[in-house]
Design a protein around this ligand. Structure first.
Ligand SMILES: Cc1cc2nc3c(=O)[nH]c(=O)nc-3n(C[C@H](O)[C@H](O)[C@H](O)COP(=O)(O)OP(=O)(O)OC[C@H]3O[C@@H](n4cnc5c(N)ncnc54)[C@H](O)[C@@H]3O)c2cc1C
Ligand code: SF4
Ligand code: SF4
Length: 374
C-alpha cells in the first residue's frame, strides 16, 4: 500500500513518535521543521512519499536495511553488527580542545577530507544562540565549527536532503541512531530528489540516550544563561547527575540536575531502541570510557579502513576497552531496547504490534528474539 505525508502525520508525528532526524524535510516542498517540530505547510495530494518511506519511525525492515548497509542480514544482539571495539582520542590538540569528548568524530572527518576520501561532511552545527542546524563542512575550519555536542534534536539530515540531487560530492554524514536508521532506509530505497546515497562514503554514528525537545528546552536554557557566551554543553559521567554549560572565559560553569532536564526529552526518543547507532560504519560515544576519550565500535570494512588509516597516520591514539566497561555498555544498550519495547507496547496497546519495530506477531517476535528479550 502506498503511504505519504498523511500517513506520516497519522502514524508518526501526531502520535508523538517523531525522532527529529530531519529525513522527511526538503524531500518535498510541504514539510518543514518549525519551532522544534515537523509541520505541513500545505496539503499534499501525492499518495506515496519518500517522507514516509525513509522515516525511522515507520516500519523498519531490519534485514532489508542491514543488507543495504552491510550486505548481510541483521545479526541482533545488544549492539548489532560490530567488527572491532576500542577507545580512541585525537592527537591534534586543537581538535581535542574543540571536540566533545576525545574528538574522534572530528578527527576522522578531517582525515577523510584531507585524504580526498570525501569532499564534504554533513553534520550539526550550533548557531550563535546554540540552536542546532544541519550543516555541510568542506574545510577543516568548518569542521571545527561543527565540533561538540548539542543535546537538542537538530533535524540535521535536512542538510543532506537539501544538497542538489545531481551532486556528485563524496560525503560523510554524522548522526544519532535515528538519523543513521533513516540513512539506512535511504540507502535501501534511494530518494527522488537528494544526492545518490552511493555518494555517502562514511556514516559516523553517535551513541545516544536521548535528545531534548527544542520547543520547550531551548526557551528554558535561554532563561538559565546567556547562550552566546556558552562554548560547550556537557553531560558528565556518573556519579555526577547534571547537565552543564561551560563558558569561553574563566567564568564558572553552570549546572542543572538531570531531573530538571529530563521532562524536556523529545517524546519520540522514548520509543528509540538504538543507543549505539547500529547502522553506521563507525559508532562513537563517551559511555564506558575515560574522560577525554571515546568508545569506538567499528561496524563495516570501510569503517575499519578509515580507522586503520587514522592510526597509521597517528591521527588517533587508541587503547583497549576494559572488559567490564564493554559488559556495561552492552547492558546499557539492551536496557534501551527493553525500555523502547515497553513504551511501544504501551502506545500500540498490544505486544503483537511493535509499530516501527515490527507489526505482525511473527515479525515482532523475530526481532525480540534476536535481541534476546523475548
Ligand atoms: C543528542 C545526543 C545525545 C548523546 N547521548 C550520548 C549518550 O547517551 N552516551 C554516549 O556515550 N554518547 C552520547 N552522545 C555522543 C557524545 O556526546 C559525543 O558526540 C561522542 O562521544 C563523540 O565525541 P567526539 O569528541 O568524537 O565528538 P566531536 O569530535 O566533537 O564531534 C561531534 C559531532 O557530533 C555532531 N553533533 C552535535 N550535535 C548533534 C546533534 N544534536 N545531532 C547530531 N549530530 C550532532 C557534530 O556536528 C560533530 O560532527 C550524544 C550525542 C548527542 C548529539
Ligand atoms: S522521525 Fe525524522 S523522518 Fe520521521 S517525521 Fe520525524 S523528522 Fe520526519
Ligand atoms: S534517543 Fe534515539 S530517537 Fe532520540 S535522538 Fe537519540 S537516536 Fe534519535
Amino acid at each position: 500500500m502506498a503511504n505519504g505525508i498523511n500517513e506520516l502525520f497519522d502514524e508518526v508525528i501526531n502520535r508523538g513518535l517523531c525522532a527529529g532526524c530531519g529525513a522527511c524535510i526538503t524531500g518535498c516542498p510541504y514539510i518543514v521543521a518549525h519551532a522544534g517540530r515537523i509541520v505541513a505547510l500545505d496539503k499534499c495530494t501525492g499518495s506515496e512519499g519518500d517522507c514516509y518511506k525513509h522515516c525511522p519511525r515507520t516500519f523498519f525492515d531490519f534485514d532489508g536495511v542491514s543488507e543495504a548497509v552491510f550486505g548481510k542480514a541483521y545479526p541482533g544482539g545488544e549492539m548489532g553488527q560490530v567488527l572491532e571495539i576500542f577507545m580512541a582520542r585525537a592527537t591534534d590538540p586543537e581538535i581535542l580542545k574543540r571536540g566533545q569528548d576525545g574528538g574522534t568524530v572530528t578527527s576522522l572527518l578531517a582525515l577523510a577530507l584531507e585524504e580526498g576520501l570525501i569532499d564534504a561532511a554533513v553534520s550539526t552545527r550550533m548557531d550563535a544562540e546554540k540552536a542546532p542546524h544541519g550543516s555541510v563542512a568542506r574545510s577543516r575550519r568548518e569542521l571545527l565549527e561543527s565540533a561538540g555536542a548539542c543535546y537538542e534534536v537538530g533535524f540535521s539530515l535536512e542538510a543532506y536532503r537539501s544538497l542538489p540531487a545531481e551532486s556528485t560530492e563524496k560525503l560523510a554524514i554524522v548522526g544519532t541512531g535515528c538519523q543513521v536508521e533513516a540513512l539506512g532506509k535511504i540507502k535501501r530505497e534511494p530518494p527522488q530528489n537528494s544526492p545518490d546515497p552511493r555518494n555517502i562514503r562514511f556514516t559516523l554514528g553517535l551513541f545516544c540516550g536521548w535528545a531534548l525537545a527544542p520547543g520547550t528546552f531551548h526557551p528554558y536554557l535561554k532563561s538559565l544563561c546567556e547562550l552566546s557566551q556558552v562554548c560547550k554543553f556537557e553531560i558528565p559521567p556518573r556519579p555526577r547527575y547534571s547537565f552543564e554549560f561551560h563558558f569561553e572565559n574563566d567564568r564558572e560553569a553552570g549546572s542543572v540536575s538531570l531531573d530538571v532536564i529530563k521532562p524536556h526529552i523529545n517524546s519520540g526518543c522514548h520509543y528509540c531502541w538504538d543507543m549505539t547507532a547500529e547502522f553506521s560504519d563507525v559508532s562513537i560515544g563517551s559511555a564506558e570510557t575515560f574522560p577525554g576519550w571515546n568508545t569506538v565500535l567499528v561496524r563495516s570494512p570501510r569503517g575499519a579502513e578509515l580507522l586503520a588509516l587514522a592510526t597509521e597516520k597517528g591521527i588517533l591514539e587508541t587503547r583497549e576497552l576494559p572488559e567490564e566497561k564493554l559488559s556495561h555498555l552492552k547492558w546499557a544498550a539492551l536496557q534501551k531496547k527493553r525500555a523502547a519495547v515497553e513504551k511501544i507496547t504501551e502506545k500500540s496497546g498490544s505486544k503483537n504490534d511493535l509499530l516501527h519495530i515490527g507489526r505482525p506477531p511473527e515479525e515482532s517476535a523475530d526481532i525480540l528474539s534476536r535481541w534476546n528479550i523475548l
